[in-house]
Write a protein that binds this ligand. Sequence first.
Ligand SMILES: Cc1ncc(COP(=O)(O)O)c(C=O)c1O
Length: 416
Amino acid sequence: MSRVVNPYRKDFPLFQAEDQKELALAYLDNAATTQKPYVTLLAEQLYYESKNANPHRGAYDLSVEATMLLEETRDMVKHFFTVPKEGEIIFTKGATESLNLLAYSYGLTHLKQGDEILLPISEHHSNLVPWQMVAKQTGCKLVYLNLNEEANISLEEVKGKLSNKTKLVTLAQVSNVTGSIYPVAEIIRLAHEKGAIVIVDGTQAVPHLQVDITELNPDFYVCSGHKLYGPMGVGILYGKMDLLNQMSPFLYGGDMIEYVEDFSATYAPVPQKFEAGTQNMGSIAGLRGALTYLEEKNRNQLFQYEEELSNYLLEQLKKVPHVQLVGNKTGNNRIGVVPFLVEDVHPHDVVTILNQDRIAIRAGHHCAQPLHRHLDVLATCRVSLSFYNTKEEIDRLCESLKGVRRWFGYGSERTI
Ligand SMILES: Cc1ncc(COP(=O)(O)O)c(C=O)c1O
């Protein structure tokens, strides 16, 4: 039986079961999705057991309770991210849907030929492909911010590419490939000085950093519930009210209308205008459970421990022969998302071999093909940490990595 010592693991059914086994699963793919604590799962179950009804529809008690749960969760999200009074939270299916909503409802109507969208080359496809669609349909242009040697964005690069043509800046707060924390507060300030609107994709930031939307002052902020210890199928979109009011709906149908005539309709006020159809109430209830869990645990303590783990991971990976870190090789301005290569071995082979030792990490382009081209690699291996991981798991990862090249008959020296 593994002797994993970590006070948080008992809160997660998957780890509680795994930690009874001879060799527990080392789950190190948290940038893809996080495991769910009991609190999340029970909140979802409780909704279906005792509050299952359509919110905003029925006049009977059960439906009113569902409506209350939805609105209380919205308030909780506002509190969790310190949303300013003049802002609003909209529930979506995930970060991808939030970004598509912005591309369709803001991008297509506010951008035109001659305008520019500024975005880092490292963006996740979810914050890149929708803007390619907007550029194709409106004739506006995508301008890319390149990364510096530390896989970060320098303010000089931003100042050099921002112009009076820049109408929209869209960027991740933290890269899902390199783990770099971008200087979004300064970038937002610079963009606002030029009159541009800023979208921040906080999908990889919110599980690892305190995010204060009032202080950051983006125009829009998006993230996914399932990377924040919540269920899949719920996402968050924050927007400034005056912008949301100007935008057309994204999806049309029930729940988002005020009056429907035979040939026209008027729409409900924000946020309902953007929440057509029945919401994923089970997932919203689960998200509420996840946020409750995180607030109870003292997030600063969780993040401090993650930083300690991240530094340990970097230190230990650097000691493994033939492992090359990709992107930022230091612990500066980053979270515990670390891409690397094993010399002579394809990343997919690396993760397949690690899987035999019950270690789960990711290989591929991580939905960031332009970044991989920019880094001149086809694919990378990626380890991503959470507060329920341990140094023991990192040691197991490094031990397993030491054996990878032997599978292919390579010795200790580089062959090519
Ligand atoms: C930075 C970033 N943005 C957006 C997404 C898309 O999130 P989802 O698939 O939950 O919509 C991801 C997922 O990995 C991500 O890492």
